[in-house]
Design a protein around this ligand. Structure first.
Ligand code: NAD
Length: 243
């Protein structure tokens, strides 16, 4: 395990949920965190925190990612946390739903890696962490066609980048959480129309008996940033869902 103290770490989708907890965890571990998101209001809550700077960044805007790279310079750790959940089967998925999820869950990640990887290669050191899910190639979750498909692609991206650069100081890992309590999870529970039943159903999927916390996922991200002997893996953290 190497220390991440003083390392520059860019986190996408950092304003709430797992991204926000990760900002706090990386900063507490001594990293210099650049917290990015499209939500200016929620990002503003992070301003003034030790070791944290904030920046508006829409990861589906290719020019904005290029500009961010130019203005920020080299980084040591990239945590691609941005993603969107679409509910429904293949027959419920419109072209627009699929296109949007491909753009946010897949292309955005490719864009940020392409932007920041050359700087990591020049230093011969870099850690990339990509947010996948157990709803991916790990397990097929019902009614999550677009999500399963795009999060499976994240694992493919992770393995490909890890394999191509394993001899050049770059590690690339994916995180595959089960259900985690975040603002968007709360929105999904409310959208069912029966919050208590939906919550009970979600808890029932996790043999450990509860939904995960964003802090638990953030701790794994910090671990992976400094875990010098793991690369190309899909790290499952799911309360026993896929035992
Ligand atoms: P969330 O969905 O509550 O918040 C997502 C954040 O992403 C918001 O702050 C939003 O403003 C930001 N965002 C949206 N579009 C963006 C864009 N184009 N550019 C930059 N930022 C953008 O957070 P969460 O539930 O913790 O999810 C974070 C990641 O974890 C996602 O990739 C999600 O798929 C994954 N994940 C979540 C769970 C879960 O149960 N919550 C489980 C497995 C994986």
């Amino acid at each position: 395990m190497s220390s991440i103290e003083g390392k520059v770490c860019l986190i996408t989708a950092a304003a709430q949920g797992i991204g926000r907890s990760s900002v706090e965890a990386f900063a507490a571990a001594g990293a210099k965190v650049i917290a990015t998101d499209i939500n200016a209001e929620r990002l503003a809550d992070l301003e003034g925190m030790d070791n944290v700077t904030t920046r508006l960044l829409n990861v589906i805007d290719a020019d904005a990612v290029t500009k961010a790279r130019e203005e920020i310079g080299d980084i040591d750790i990239l945590f691609n946390c941005a993603g969107v959940v679409h509910s429904g089967t293949i027959l419920d998925a419109s072209d627009a739903d699929l296109e949007f999820a491909i753009d946010l869950n897949i292309r955005a990640m490719v864009r940020t890696i392409k932007a920041f990887l050359p700087g990591m290669l020049a230093k011969g050191d870099g850690a990339i962490i990509n947010m996948s899910s157990v709803a991916s190639s790990v397990t097929g979750v019902p009614n999550r066609f677009v999500y399963n498909a795009t999060k499976a692609a994240v694992i493919g991206i992770t393995k490909s980048v890890a394999m191509d650069y394993v001899g050049q100081g770059i590690r690339c890992n994916a995180i595959c959480p089960g259900t985690v309590d975040s603002p968007s999870l709360q929105d999904r529970l409310k959208a069912t129309g029966d919050y208590e039943k939906a919550r009970a159903d979600f808890i029932a999927r996790q043999p450990i008996g509860r939904i995960g916390t964003p802090e638990e996922i953030a701790d794994l991200a910090v671990y992976l940033a400094g875990a010098t002997y793991t690369t190309g893996q899909a790290h499952v953290i799911d309360g026993g869902w896929t035992i």
